[in-house]
Design a protein around this ligand. Sequence first.
Ligand code: AMP
Ligand code: ZN
Length: 116
Amino acid sequence: MTDCIFCKIVQGEIPSRKAFEDDLVYAFHDIHPLRPTHLLVIPKRHIASLAEVGAEDEPVLGRMLSVAPRLAKEHGSPNGFRSIINTGQVGGQEVAHLHLHILGDTKPVGPMLERD
Ligand code: AMP
Ligand code: ZN
């Protein structure tokens, strides 16, 4: 995807603070961290959102989740973390390349959803 900022990050065309990389996924620090630990884990291959995945994406989806605990531990959230995937306009997704947020701290991060 030529116009996708996260594809450009994977390709090194836009700088990022890399946390991890393997054959399927790339992880980096969010540019506007909401917590002391705020990482994004993305598939190297462009997938627009969780709404676009199919059975062929199961290996990369599994990898995104399975690297998360180690990344959280290594980057300042050793006792748990929150993992979030925003999907589409309704889900508040701003960057149209699938990404898993990993948010944490040494302190509890608080309730997730506001109720009205
Ligand atoms: P979302 O609202 O789930 O689409 O989240 C997009 C996230 O990407 C936000 O938390 C942004 O701060 C983050 N972001 C946008 N551009 C960059 C970038 N160039 N490097 C790192 N994080 C970014
Ligand atoms: Zn992309």
